[in-house]
Write a protein that binds this ligand. Sequence first.
Ligand code: 5AD
Ligand code: SF4
Length: 361
Amino acid sequence: MNIKDILEKNELTKEDLVTLMKIDNPTDLDLLFKKAYEVKAKYVGRKVYYRGLIEISNVCIKNCKYCGIRRDNHKVERFSMNKDEIMQAVKWIYDNNYGSIALQSGERQDSEFVDFIEDIIREIKKLSNGKLGITLSLGEQSYETYKRWFDAGAHRYLLRIESTNENIFKHIHPQDKKHEFQVRKRCLEFLRDIGYQVGTGVMIGMPNQTEEDLVNDILFYKDMKIDMIGMGPYILHKDTPLGQEWEDIVPTTEKRVELGLKMIAITRIFLKDVNIAATTALQGLDPLGREKGLLAGANILMPTATLQDYKGKYLLYDNKPGIDDSVERAKALLDEKVKSVGDEIVYGEWGDSPYFKRKNS
Ligand code: 5AD
Ligand code: SF4
């Protein structure tokens, strides 16, 4: 069957998805992206929602082998924003009428950290009269911790599964109790049971990751009833074990960007009304990455509102874009980009995924 026929089908099989993931000629790629944009327009609208991202700390107890802020990277200067600094960034996001905020940091599970986050969530709710939506991206936690943060007012949580191929998962993490696939998966289940809108995602374009692996990742999103997806290409970080091991075997930049865009497009076509982010990592490999992501079906952008002093220290991978831009400049650039694509920016709304509402109705 040719690509056109597959794209016209109502129900796609796994085999169809793999065929789409293997597309490598410009004509068919174009058809794929056009179809994905059509599905986006129909199911979530030609609209883009912003999540103001604050990277509150690069302290991390984990040692993921791909990540620049892993515990054993002693070259990193560690920082943790204090409450005033965080609230200053929150205020900027609120004043600029972004509907939601996302708090991200390296992982910590100590009680001081858990209390601190709970307090910050309540402060954000207070500052915005409950208006700012709050997304957390703070790693693996206990059910109780997730519940406390939910009760304090957070309503979305991002926790990437990184790869659903368990051999890849094992290869990219240390072999210890702190880095287990099943634990990560159980966390996603906790989050869903508590009532969060749950986001996950994977890294794309790792050596030995096949098209079928990526399709399995999409099937996992469906099985796990995932509401939001944030995924992007893998990017080397030179001071990490994989940055060195993979230096010569990682797929080309073009290939990783193309795979990243295909993942967005196929996920949009298959899952229809979920939220999908065009991530910074995509832009990290292609200056037009985020625009291309929107055209391939993404509808969420997460502009960073981290204070200037700290931006250069939250480096998960090399050549992270935008770390020298002021928040104002980053906003102006992004507004321009969204308009260039023909999408409308929606201000002042939470922008929940229609799928989350449909699932619960
Ligand atoms: N390249 C791309 N993405 C990365 N992440 C961490 N390190 C890298 C890297 N080198 C992503 C992971 C993690 C998220 C916070 O950032 O998917 O879940
Ligand atoms: Fe820590 Fe997240 Fe980086 Fe892993 S990916 S080392 S948990 S910040």
